[in-house]
Design a protein around this ligand. Structure first.
Ligand code: PEP
Ligand code: MG
Length: 573
């Protein structure tokens, strides 16, 4: 599956997620000094690697985020740990990896068992650093995901969203994974960062070797090993054609996102990190329709406090004003775990304590974020949105915590925006079905189609084996979208789509025909969606919807919507 557009050529770099296997060797007395020196050298090399990472992160994300490596650097200076390993090598006469692995695991186990959350976090730091040290001893440090350049294509079984958050167009030419799907957060992130990506290529890690040259086509999902001169020439031409279409879209940057007959659709961009703000301005979006704030909580050992969050939200608000920014509150869990929050292990994380459920169980973490958003509100045009709402009581509970946050700020005498528009994501079927009830409580809805389809059709959004079932053409999807949009309009509130469907121009006719008021997509896709909107009219789109509502098969619905799309903007396909 091609999940982020672009064509790249590069050298394969296989990234292993799983634990390294630890070799075991007996040593002779005369080998012990050298083994100790090898261990010490790996500590130094790890220090260098962490410092380089810290500098890179400070440049791209600011010094607050870069602070996460301080705790990791401290582990490298822990005299008890180092002493035990050196003594262990001399006493047991075993190789350094083996001894270090044993000692560090004992430390991790002890720390994890302690009640104090601070010390438990140190266990996470130690685990992370221990993995780096072992990789250095095994001579595999070069395989770490960052620290490369544009000449590499990362090939992996799976990348986590936090891995992907460390990548950018300067350190990777593209990535290819065995697992994942179009709506997995790793794919979403790749699109946002403009990194070509292909997922769902089972067996690719064993089919390729480090250093092999591949060409990847992020439009069709093909990977060519040792591409022939003909293939390269073909793709060079294709890349030029794509550039030509992109240049054409560029001219629409300042134009209005209205249909031919004048219906205005607000067209916004989704972001995960403040680094993407340039892209938002460049793509011609009308503000930000979804700011996934959970990315702030990745790759660090402690969650961001109120001041840090305030500074970041203020920066985003100021950059985008007078246009609106919809800040979604923490949507952690599911396929977005993080080390810095105490998420319990769950058998079914997507059905577990994720997003608003986690926040309601951890009111202090939630209110810290709410206060930061409310304070940043005076610096721009911010709106707030709760994820994963499944019913009325849950929404009232979240609103009660919002009221508490407002009260706390008033008592502190701090300026903040009291009447900020509040909306919810509709991404759980129960919320969709009771949309008429929920609409009375908020100012807007934003439909999260990634999760809505996942929960509606019981199809894991990240599983490549059943990705074909995550299909917006299913008659059930059309009906549920209609239920939500009609309920919102009956209550006089606006409704948008911020899931990946918003950026899929094959379905723009259907969404417009259903009466959607806003679409929010990855910045790279915004120009295409704008062109699609400007090429359609309400009458034709409503006809697509009428046909779709009476259709029995997904294939028919797909044909109705894409039929109109391909007639009106053929050059975008
Ligand atoms: C969605 O579920 O459609 C959505 C936009 O939220 P996320 O992809 O972050 O879960
Ligand atoms: Mg979601």
């Amino acid at each position: 599956m091609a999940v982020a557009p672009g064509i790249s050529e590069g050298k394969v770099l296989i990234h292993f997620q799983e634990e390294e296997s630890i070799p075991f060797r007996d040593l002779q007395d005369n080998e012990l000094d050298a083994e100790v020196a090898r261990f010490e050298a790996s500590l130094l090399a790890t220090r260098g690697e962490l410092q380089a990472l810290q500098e890179r992160l400070a440049e791209s994300a600011g010094s607050g985020d870069a602070g996460i490596f301080d705790a990791h650097l401290l582990v490298l200076e822990d005299p008890t740990l180092i002493d035990e390993v050196i003594k262990g090598i001399r006493r047991e006469k075993h190789n350094a990896e083996f001894v270090f692995h044993g000692v560090s695991h004992r430390f991790i186990k002890t720390l994890s068992a302690i009640e104090d959350p601070y010390l438990r976090e140190r266990a996470v730091d130690l685990e992370d650093v221990a993995r780096r040290i072992i990789r250095h001893m095994l001579g595999k440090s070069g395989h770490h995901i960052t620290g490369h350049d544009r000449s590499h294509i990362i090939v992996a079984d799976e990348l986590t969203p936090s891995d992907t958050a460390m990548l950018n167009r300067d350190n990777v030419a593209g990535f290819v994974t065995e697992k994942g799907s179009k709506t997995s957060h790793t794919a979403i992130m790749a699109r946002s960062l403009g990194i070509p990506a292909i997922v769902g290529l089972e067996g690719i890690c064993s089919d390729l070797e480090n250093g092999s040259v591949v060409l990847m086509d992020g439009y069709s999902g093909k990977v060519f090993l040792n591409p022939s001169p003909e293939t390269l020439a073909h793709y060079q031409q294709l890349a030029q054609e794509k550039e030509h279409v992109e240049a054409g879209l560029e001219t629409l940057r300042e134009s209005d996102s209205s249909t031919l007959d004048g219906r205005h659709i607000t067209l916004a961009a989704n972001i995960e990190l403040p680094e993407e703000l340039d892209e938002v301005s460049a793509c011609g979006a009308d503000g930000i329709g979804l700011y996934r704030t959970e990315f702030l909580y990745f790759n660090r050992s402690t969650p961001p406090d109120e001041e840090e969050q305030f500074a970041i939200y203020k920066h985003v608000a100021e950059r985008i004003k007078p246009a609106a920014v919809i800040i979604r509150t923490l949507d952690i869990g599911g396929d977005k775990p993080t080390e810095c929050l105490d998420l319990a292990h769950e058998e079914n994380p997507f059905l577990g304590c994720r997003a608003i459920r986690f926040c309601l169980n951890n009111p202090e973490i939630f209110k810290t974020q709410l206060r930061a958003i409310l304070r940043a509100g005076v610096h721009g045009n911010l709106k707030m949105m709760f994820p994963m709402i499944s019913g009325h009581e849950e929404l009232l509970h979240a609103k009660a915590l919002l009221a508490e946050s407002i009260k706390e700020l008033s008592e502190r005498g701090i300026t903040f925006q009291e009447d900020m528009d509040l909306g919810i994501m509709i991404e759980v079927p129960s919320a969709a079905i009771s949309a008429d009830i929920l609409a009375r409580e908020v100012k807007f809805f934003s439909i999260g189609t990634n999760d809505l389809l996942q929960y509606l059709m019981a199809v894991d959004r990240g599983n490549e084996r059943i990705a074909h079932l995550h299909d917006a053409s299913n008659p059930a999807v059309v009906r549920i979208l209609k239920t939500i949009i009609d309920a919102a309009h009956a209550e006089g509130i606006w409704v948008g789509v911020c899931g990946e469907l918003a950026g899929d121009i094959e379905f723009t006719p259907l969404l417009i025909g259903l009466g959607i008021d806003e679409l929010s997509a990855s910045g790279v896709l915004v120009p295409r969606v704008k062109k699609a909107i400007r090429s359609l009219d309400m009458k034709a789109c409503r006809e697509v919807v009428a046909q779709a509502l009476s259709a029995q098969r997904a294939a028919e619905i797909y044909a109705f919507s894409t039929g109109l799309a391909r007639t009106r903007y053929p050059d975008l396909f």
